[in-house]
Design a protein around this ligand. Structure first.
Ligand SMILES: [Zn+2]
Ligand SMILES: [Zn+2]
Length: 343
């Protein structure tokens, strides 16, 4: 599917099939100052996470660590993952529910504590991923590089997991930023993103270590409950771009790119591992389609809805298995019966 789209696109734009030249992308700025700025920012952000995590692993094998450090790790993991799933993804990228300004600040701040750039960058990149899933123009496909060239499985996995941070392709906010670039909450969060980095990596875990363990636990909690926790959350989130487009099952095969469903990934990402379901219905607030498809963030959303903190929560369409074993929309089965009754 990806190949057909790319070939058609190249043909229409007079680009040689074998050319290695940078190709124009719809909604992508290639190179220039925007590309350099992206590389500089991600080099600082991810460089600090990597060095901090190496120090954390060294600390774990050199000194004793205990419940103070690891409770900070777990609490941070929950805050960051819920922020990413409900903030970055289901609210700001897909607007799958509505909420108040204070809740937008809270979800956005929790998301930015993951230090995966700002709401503005994350959500515009993600919208582009959906618009061109596994086709030329995708931000992070394991099947193509940043410029839409076919790539080997190994290089593709690297590109979709980590490499896309360091390419010089930037999502054009004027095309993918509807409802974001003109939202003061999003712009404030974007401007203050460096403060959230310091808060997440140092201040929050530092205060946790001081409050529950005393001065002796401040450095160790910053390393394990700050740097290492953020690095682990990043790897698991990135697995949705790489792993979840290569390994797993496919309930839907049309209009989903190569997205897959994975039970284990869904547990780790609080529901985001039902990625095949999600590509089929990106605006739905819930990604699990069957009772056993656990979607922790979806259950949290139900609770927030009951508390009146979110509303207009978009439901997942109901699917059933047809007699031939295919998953079909429940109302498709009803429609012919109704037609018969009305005839
Ligand atoms: Zn995807
Ligand atoms: Zn999405």
């Amino acid at each position: 599917m990806a190949r057909n789209f790319r070939d058609k696109y190249q043909q229409e734009n007079g680009i040689s099939q074998e050319s290695d030249e940078p190709r124009p992308h719809p909604g992508v700025i290639v190179g220039g100052e925007a590309g350099r700025e992206k590389r500089r920012e991600y080099a600082i952000v991810f460089g600090s996470k990597i060095f901090g995590s190496i120090a954390a692993v060294w600390w774990m094998f050199t000194y004793d660590t205990g419940w103070v450090e690891w409770s900070a790790f777990i609490a941070g993991y929950i805050i960051l993952m819920l922020g990413i799933v409900l903030g970055f993804h289901r609210y700001f990228s897909h607007k799958s529910f509505e909420t108040s300004k204070p809740m937008q600040y809270i979800l956005g701040a929790m998301a930015q504590m993951s230090i995966q750039s700002s709401v503005l960058r994350w959500a515009t990149d993600h919208r582009r991923h959906h618009a061109h899933a596994d086709e030329i123009g995708d931000v992070h496909s394991p099947w193509l590089d940043g410029r839409g060239r076919k790539t080997s499985r190994l290089k593709g996995m690297f590109h979709s997991h980590f490499g896309w941070f360091m390419d010089d392709c930037v999502t054009d906010t004027s095309i993918y930023g509807k409802g974001l670039a003109d939202n003061d909450v999003v712009l404030w969060l974007h401007k203050t993103r460096w403060y959230w980095l310091v808060f997440s990596l140092i201040i929050f875990p530092g205060i946790w270590g001081l409050a529950f363990g005393g001065w002796d636990h401040v450095v160790s909690t910053i390393l394990i409950g700050g740097y290492f926790r953020t690095f682990v959350v990043l790897q698991i989130t990135l697995g949705i771009s790489s792993y979840a487009h290569v390994v797993g099952s496919q309930r839907h095969t049309k209009g989903v790119g190569t997205a897959r469903n994975s039970f284990i990934f869904s547990l780790l990402t609080f529901g985001e591992g039902w990625h095949n379901n999600h590509h089929k219905h990106p605006r739905a607030s819930f990604q699990g389609m069957a009772w056993w498809e656990i979607d922790i963030a979806g259950y949290v959303l139900l609770l927030l809805e009951k508390m009146g903190l979110v509303w207009n929560v978009t439901r997942q369409p109901k699917y059933i298995k047809s007699e031939s074993g295919e998953w079909i929309l429940a109302n498709r089965k009803i429609a012919p019966k109704r037609a018969e009754a009305e005839a």
